[in-house]
Write a protein that binds this ligand. Structure first.
Ligand code: HEC
Length: 245
């Protein structure tokens, strides 16, 4: 029998045995990936961002919101009671890069969509202490004043398309999207109509409260309001969780 001490005092043997253990662990994790087609389970309702939401997401990253906010509800009871159903892999499958994060100076935002009104978000982003007096979140007043630049939104969608996000450019791709997401959503995922649908969404919902202009605030709020709303969890176990709220 080999004593542990004899392994520890023999560098060659220790290295050899370490490599064997690591290889077994590696094989167990890697080999199954060759035999499955999809690592992310498909979930109904999950769709790519519209052009406006996508620009909002860009602003979210530009402003470094992820430095204080995570976007992943962990599968723990306390997190689910606070934020709602834990995050599913499918919910961030069109996010490149994902915004899971681990720093939570502020609350997790994975399910913030629909939690507040657009007016609340405008007031909060311009000056957080106006609505949450003890907040340490910075002010972002320029979002309301800066017109949204969306001249390159088609290129941004094309770049994401290369990573596998199903934005459509050909008639065939568009029709495939109609089948998967329905005509309404498919229209918003069409790259050639991106500017038109972006303006349409901004004018219809008027997120920033200024009808005449499309600002960066419009885009950011459109993005925040869609977070966590794509999957209808009430169809699964919402009743169960509400017992504890
Ligand atoms: C320095 C850290 C910090 C940064 C950077 C930051 N936040 Fe916050 N955020 C907070 C804190 C702390 C709170 C909780 C207090 C409050 O509501 O203001 C918060 C709250 C929020 C809430 C309300 C969440 C809820 O469930 O009540 C939203 C929405 C939000 N932040 C969005 C943003 C966005 C968008 C950005 C980037 C433009 C951003 N935050 C940048 C710290 C930060």
């Amino acid at each position: 029998m080999i004593k542990h001490e004899s392994i520890e005092t023999n560098a060659g043997l220790l290295i050899a045995l370490t490599l064997i253990v690591i290889s077994i662990g590696g094989l167990v994790e890697i080999v199954p990936l060759f035999f499955i087609n999809d690592t992310v389970e498909k979930v109904e309702g999950v769709r790519p961002y519209s052009a406006l939401e996508l620009r909002g997401r860009d602003i979210y990253q530009r402003e470094g919101c992820y430095l204080c906010h995570s976007q992943m509800v962990r599968p723990f009871r306390d997190e689910m009671l606070r934020y709602g159903h834990y995050s599913l892999a499918a919910e961030s499958k069109y996010d490149h890069p994902f915004q899971w994060g681990s720093k939570r100076t502020g609350p997790d935002l994975a399910r913030v969509g629909g939690k507040y009104s657009n007016e609340w978000h405008v007031a909060h982003l311009v000056r957080p202490t106006a609505v949450v007096p003890q907040s340490v979140m910075p002010n972002y007043p320029w979002l309301l004043e800066t017109e949204l630049n969306y001249s390159d939104v088609q290129d941004r969608m094309r770049a994401l398309k290369m990573t596998g996000v199903p934005y459509s450019e050909t008639q065939q791709e568009y029709e495939a999207n109609v089948t998967t997401f329905g005509a309404d959503i498919a229209g918003r995922l069409d790259i050639l109509r991106a500017e038109e649908t972006l303006m349409q969404q901004a004018l219809t919902y008027n997120y920033d409260g200024q009808r005449a202009r499309i600002t960066e605030m419009d885009a950011l709020i459109a993005y925040l309001q869609v977070l966590g709303t794509m999957v209808d969890f009430s169809r699964y176990d919402e009743g169960y969780f509400t017992q504890f709220r």
